[in-house]
Design a protein around this ligand. Structure first.
Ligand code: SF4
Ligand code: SF4
Ligand code: SF4
Length: 259
């Protein structure tokens, strides 16, 4: 990702399109939930296409493409390639777009598992392909992680895309947030929490609410999976349960297979 990319200067008011691929549209809904801030942002952009809100066709030219959802068909693969060619800035939002998320769970044994669900795919979508994150198909400039996204994170990232920023996203795991928040650790109670290996950035939102992290921000590049498995053993948590839980948001991450 190029964190210094910005779209100012490419047109008077940046033209934005919002596109949904394989997703539940929950992240786009999150954006609609922040009306006040959205109106502030909308004053700074020319929102030319929003799949969730309009049936108008997508314009030929635009500056920023916001993409929700995983790539699961040949059609969506071609679409993101086209978006990359046309847009100066690509923003992937939500776990489905950034890690393949829940759709990515179908990646394991994809070829060997042509089930009835796949028979229902409209012919116009072309062949189903093994689910993948947008960043596995094209270069992505900015990501907004989580399932669903935090809408204020989206506003922050959109502002960075519009005006440029040298802010560097943390690659650390979640546990530093718990230390800062003084919330204690689930492992001391023998409860599994995927924050141990999950990318920080949500301020350990679920732990703050009394729930273990289920890893929706995806594996941290700093994650030490062998050490995490040791921590599970020490806490009496079956390692198989830990590995299985990680698959929900990391099925397509090669790091999961290597460690
Ligand atoms: S990341 Fe979660 S909320 Fe967002 S589209 Fe995917 S499943 Fe829905
Ligand atoms: S494992 Fe979970 S509860 Fe424990 S410190 Fe890390 S994020 Fe917090
Ligand atoms: S605490 Fe974990 S599951 Fe909860 S929002 Fe953060 S990354 Fe996602």
């Amino acid at each position: 990702m190029n964190e210094n990319t910005n779209v100012q200067g490419t047109s008077a008011v940046p033209r934005v399109v919002v596109v949904g691929l394989a997703s539940c549209f929950g992240c786009q809904l999150q954006i609609t939930n922040i009306e006040a801030h959205l109106m502030e942002v909308l004053g700074q952009i020319d929102l030319q296409y929003w799949q969730l809100a309009s049936s108008d066709p997508m314009p030929e030219e635009f500056d920023v493409a916001v993409i929700e959802g995983a790539v699961t068909t040949e059609e969506s693969e071609h679409l993101v390639e086209e978006l990359r060619q046309k847009a100066d800035t690509i923003i992937a939002i939500g776990a489905c777009a950034t890690t393949a998320g829940i759709p990515g769970m179908a990646a394991e044994g994809f070829i060997q598992r042509p089930g009835s669900v796949y028979d229902l795919v409209p012919e116009a979508c072309g062949e189903m392909i093994s689910p993948r994150a947008v960043g596995s198909v094209i270069d992505v400039d900015y990501e907004v992680r989580c399932c669903p996204i935090d809408a204020y994170d989206f506003v922050d990232v959109l502002q960075r895309a519009l005006y440029g920023s040298n802010k560097i996203d943390s690659t650390a795991t979640m546990c530093g947030s718990c230390k800062r928040n003084e919330t204690g650790c689930f492992y001391t109670k023998g409860v599994m929490c995927l924050g141990l290996v999950t990318r920080a950035g949500c301020d350990a939102r679920c732990v703050n609410l009394g729930r273990p992290c289920n890893g929706c921000r995806g594996l941290s590049p700093d994650a030490n999976l062998p050490a995490a498995r040791e921590a599970c053993r020490a806490a009496g948590i079956p390692v198989e349960d830990f590995d299985k839980a990680l698959e929900m948001f990391n099925q397509t991450d090669p790091a999961l297979r290597q460690a």
